[in-house]
Write a protein that binds this ligand. Structure first.
Ligand code: UD1
Ligand code: UDP
Length: 378
């Protein structure tokens, strides 16, 4: 029997983390010829993930430039990917999530009549401008995809309500949980890695609580980031006994606010983005997580860490409903108020820190692969 040809295309840190377990799984399949194409929409932050999971791409479009515009990312990906798609002629292109890479890779594949499988399909806020441009990217990708891997029932229902055929949707859980379990397992078995991480994060003190911060949403660049940083600064002033650890995203549009406002304060540690296992280790040591990230909203509840989300809407309502994630927006006073409550009120903290796992049990990649196998047997 002829081997199925699958091309996986991704470009940013979260896509790499969430696709790594699936790539490693498909690589072991004898009936599939798998090729991995990275756009490198992110460079350093993507390479960190590839190195940890020992994934060597077959194609590297290497498109990242400093302060890149969304349109430049789309055009460079389309130009370079066209050649690869035409030569490799995959039966199926797998994309993930809602980045510009996701959209550009899907659209390029669609224009060549190639089937698309969309992983983490069906997330919606209902507001086309938030997150921006991700809500548009995922809707556009849905419209041109053939197979839809929905992480939750809610995501499946979103797809059904948009007219996607039931037979082409499967609820899989989120592959981020597969990645989390895989990374924790590697960490447990690799003492050298653990010691290196502990060395890197030497500033973690046993007797001090940590608030872990991340942020990068494009719609928050500008006044949103100013407000977020001012809130963190005030919180650090009010709580000298707490350490605020912030691995700062490499986007210059983020760094230009974070360093001037938050630099030079003893209990605020501004560090570079961490490799995935170090970040998981730090999440585990944290008391509260303050973030606008999508992936962290999915990982932290399964580690039993309360998450305050600095956004007004989320496409991940499952953990909010369960009470382990709370939307606090980007208003300075509101962020301060919500963090103070969690720092001071043990009852509220205990309620939010219950381990909860609405995004799956680590089997998502296996479900995706067996669905693909079945579809191509038919
Ligand atoms: C992108 C995605 C967003 C995703 C996020 C994950 C788009 C439009 N945005 O946002 O959906 O949630 O990644 O982090 O697809 N940079 C580096 N090195 C890196 C990565 C980024 O220097 O390894 C800098 C570059 O100057 C680059 C800038 O960050 O131009 C912005 O990167 P980009 O991928 O365009 O946007 P993100 O805000 O990272
Ligand atoms: N992450 C990481 N190092 C960091 C910060 C985050 O490895 O310094 C991981 C985190 O565990 C999660 C993913 O990156 O799996 C989230 O990526 P990001 O917030 O950039 O993107 P989003 O999920 O918002 O699209």
């Amino acid at each position: 029997m002829k081997k199925k040809k699958i091309l996986v295309v991704f470009g940013t840190r979260p896509e790499a983390i969430k696709l790594a377990p699936l790539i490693l799984l498909i690589k072991r399949q004898k009936n599939v010829s798998l090729k991995v194409c990275i756009t490198a929409q992110h460079r350093e932050m993507l390479d960190q993930v590839l190195k940890f999971f020992s994934i060597k791409p077959d194609y590297d479009l290497n498109i990242m430039s400093k302060n890149q515009s969304i349109n430049s990312v789309v055009s460079r990906i389309s130009n370079k990917l066209d050649n690869i798609l035409t030569k490799f002629k995959p039966d199926l292109v797998l994309v993930h999530g809602d980045t510009t890479t996701t959209f550009a890779a899907s659209f390029s594949s669609f224009n060549l009549g190639i089937d698309i499988g969309h992983i983490e399909a069906g997330l919606r806020t209902g507001n086309i401008l938030s997150p921006w441009p991700e809500e548009a990217n995922r809707i556009l990708t849905t419209v041109i995809s053939k197979f839809h891997f929905a992480p939750t029932l809610k995501a499946k229902n979103n797809l059904l309500s948009e007219g996607v055929k039931k037979k082409n949707i499967i609820v899989t859980g989120n592959t981020v949980i597969d990645a989390l379990f895989l990374a924790m397992d590697i960490l447990k078995r690799n003492n050298k890695l653990l010691l290196n991480i502990q060395k890197k994060l030497h500033f973690i003190k046993k007797n001090r609580r940590i608030i872990l911060i991340t942020g990068h949403r494009r719609e928050n660049l500008g006044s949103g980031f100013k407000s977020i940083c001012k809130a963190i600064k005030q919180l650090a002033n009010k709580n000298e006994d707490v350490d605020f650890v912030y691995p700062v995203h490499l986007n210059p549009g983020v760094r230009k606010y974070v360093f001037p406002i938050l630099g030079n304060k003893k209990n605020i540690k501004l560090i570079n983005p961490l490799d995935y296992p170090s970040f998981i280790y730090l999440m585990n040591k944290s008391f509260i997580i303050l973030t606008d990230s999508g992936g962290i909203q999915e990982e932290a509840p399964s580690l039993g860490k309360p998450v305050l989300v600095m956004r007004n809407v989320t496409e991940r309502p499952e953990a909010v409903i369960a009470g382990t994630v709370k939307l606090v927006g980007i208003n300075e006073e509101k962020i301060i108020k919500e963090v103070q409550i969690l720092l001071k009120d043990k009852m509220v903290y205990r309620k939010m820190s219950k381990a909860h796992n609405p995004y799956g049990n680590g089997n998502a990649s296996r479900k995706i692969l067996s669905f693909i196998n079945k579809k191509y047997e038919q």
